[in-house]
Design a protein around this ligand. Structure first.
Ligand SMILES: [Zn+2]
Ligand SMILES: [Zn+2]
Ligand SMILES: [Zn+2]
Ligand SMILES: [Zn+2]
Ligand SMILES: [Zn+2]
Ligand SMILES: [Zn+2]
Ligand SMILES: [Zn+2]
Length: 456
């Protein structure tokens, strides 16, 4: 190792307490560290040129040199932490062992490395170091290993799809294409793309997924989204209920059998529907009377409006025994409960020619406190609705109950009697001549004579 004094003087430092001897301004000197230790001129040294002539001037120079070489200095690596300090002449020897001094890399990589760092350099950073790839176990020099890492086929890498797998670099493409559970794959039925591990869930609801008809008909499999229509319209095995199921038909069969059944069972279905209508009529009557009960009439007088007269009349003419029933009413708050009934096409002796009218005594809440038989006079009035009051001709009929007549006895809980009244109340002829019907409605008043009420 060769160093020039100019290199040293840049780095040399002197302990403050020891003043180095200042060289003579005039004199110039160079210390070559490669040269042998400088000795006093009077000493004999083999390394000194025997021909060296000590002149006065050169003697002075020698003295100066000696003084310099004896000055106390720090190691040039003082700042790096070397604590060495001694005479300048011993510096060279120190540097041969100073652990902070740089020497060429033992591996001949060309780098100058402080002794103290050599071990690390050789192990980790030297471009000429021998090193093994941890992944493939092949040996490299430091420089080539750095290039190799990042491309080693055996290095384990996390799959970029975040499936959690570590795969060797050389197998990564194959993994992502064919094995990764997070790869995108197309549903083979609908062609839409899904993450592989959600494909099962998708198949469970994919509209194109083939499913078998649950009734095992000859269709076999069909796309899931077509199943509903198949069951409804095409499945030959699926049993459908007859459209008149609610009316009471219990037929069940496949679509074709059902079509046939519907064609063949018109009569049966019609009679089922008639039963439904009858039942509903009854229900309507029950509801009507329940409604009437909600707001009872306690006046002893009922004004009964019969609307839709013409259709009710033609119905009455078409079917025998059609009876119109008035809302019930009371003779007083705690009196008898009564109900009027009308046969538009007549009843008994009035059948086919007259309107018949009757009154019935219904079981009431206060019957136990009332006098029996019922004995109040009852009058029926049919109003002439003419706009000229002087020409009005109301029809009035009344009667006083016959106490022997069973209709006026206290009624049982379920009365079935016809009541008492006038089978020939108003003739159909009369109806035509006067204005009893207006706006297709007829008004009948039923009045119980209050003076003869013997209520509590
Ligand atoms: Zn040192
Ligand atoms: Zn090296
Ligand atoms: Zn490798
Ligand atoms: Zn993956
Ligand atoms: Zn699909
Ligand atoms: Zn089917
Ligand atoms: Zn049916």
């Amino acid at each position: 190792m060769v160093r020039g004094i100019s290199q040293w003087t840049k780095t040399l430092s002197f302990p403050a307490r020891i003043s180095p001897q200042k060289p003579n301004k005039e004199s110039k000197f160079y210390v070559d560290p490669c040269m042998s230790p400088i000795l006093p001129p009077n000493s004999i040294n083999d390394n000194i040129d025997k021909t060296f002539v000590i002149t006065d001037e050169s003697y002075q120079e020698m003295e100066t040199k000696k003084a310099i070489m004896e000055s106390i200095v720090y190691c040039i690596h003082h700042k790096d932490g070397c604590k060495w300090s001694d005479e300048l002449r011993k510096l060279k020897a120190h540097l041969n062992t100073c652990k902070h001094d740089a020497i060429p890399c033992n591996n001949k990589c060309g780098a100058m490395i402080p002794r103290v760092l050599m071990e690390d350099h050789l192990k980790y950073t030297c471009s000429q170091r021998r090193a093994r790839c941890e992944s493939c176990s092949k040996e490299f020099t430091g420089q080539t290993l750095e290039k190799h890492i990042g491309s080693c086929g055996y290095e384990l890498l996390y799959c970029e799809n975040k499936c959690g797998m570590k795969v060797q670099r050389r197998h990564l493409d194959q993994h992502k294409l064919g094995e990764c559970v997070k790869r995108l794959v197309a549903c083979r039925y609908c062609n839409k793309e899904f993450v592989f591990d959600t494909l099962g869930t998708h198949h469970a609801k994919c509209g194109h997924f083939p499913v078998a008809c649950p009734h095992r008909c000859e269709t076999g499999v069909l796309p899931r989204e077509d199943l509903e229509i198949h069951l409804k319209n095409h499945c030959t095995t699926y049993l459908l209920s007859c459209n008149f199921k609610d009316a009471g038909c219990s037929f069940k069969g496949n679509r074709f059998a059902l079509d046939k059944h519907l064609e063949e069972s018109t009569k049966t279905h019609l009679s089922l529907m008639c039963n439904v209508v009858t039942k509903q009529q009854h229900q309507i009557a029950v509801l009507k009377s329940a409604m009437a009960k909600l707001s009872p009439n306690y006046t002893g007088t009922l004004i009964w409006k019969i609307s839709n007269y013409s259709s009710k009349m033609s119905e009455a003419k078409a079917k025998e025994g059609i009876e119109l029933i008035s809302p019930p009413f009371y003779t007083s708050q705690y009196g008898y409960k009564l109900q009027a009934s009308v046969f538009l096409n007549g009843n008994g002796t009035g059948e086919g020619s007259h309107i018949s009218i009757y009154i019935k005594i219904l079981p009431g809440e206060y019957d136990a406190l009332l006098r029996w038989p019922f004995s109040h006079s009852v009058s029926f009035t049919m109003f002439d609705q003419t706009t000229q009051p002087d020409k009005a001709c109301n029809i009035v009929e009344s009667f006083i109950p016959d106490p022997t007549w069973k209709n006026f006895q206290r009624p049982s809980r379920e009365p079935d009697s016809l009541g008492f009244g006038f089978p020939r109340f108003v003739s159909h002829e009369m109806i035509k001549k006067h204005h009893f019907i207006k706006d297709n409605a007829m008004f009948i008043r039923v009045k119980v004579d209050p003076s003869k009420i013997v209520a509590v």
